[in-house]
Design a protein around this ligand. Sequence first.
Ligand code: ZN
Length: 171
Amino acid sequence: MDVISHGLWPWFIFNRKKNWRWWAAGWGMFPDLGTLPQIYYLLKFFGIKNLFSIENWDTLFIPEGWMFTYFLTHSLITPWVIAGLYWLVKKRLPWPLLVGWSLHILLDMFTHAGVYANRPLFPFSDFSINGVMWSNPWIFWSNWLLLVVAFGWLAWRRWQKLNISRQTRKT
Ligand SMILES: [Zn+2]
């Protein structure tokens, strides 16, 4: 999925938790920082001047070593190891991190292909699903349609609440 959606879904899940929702959004987007080394590689060594000129990211050739951070941040193992360490110290789980990050991978697992196919069990297994890229118009727009419905519903509920409190103030 696109990085904005990765922030919006966790925010939606935690929308009632004022202290958590922005953390959840941040951790939801965080794994895509793992793409920075490949962007550096493409610009510096692959001779690509403009990233927007790349049409098919899935068919690019990127050496394994440059993919390491991507596989690491797109593995379900990583957030659970971090959450486990956090639990050892604080005796509670960092839910915004765990949910935001895991959801990112669950969505990406099926919406990436080729070199960018996620390896959810990395580094223990190279297992991956050759899915349909999130940039596919059907996937991209149905995801955004769902987001509009979800956030529209939140806005409607909020508006209703405001109306109710206004009415009770009048009487
Ligand atoms: Zn991602």
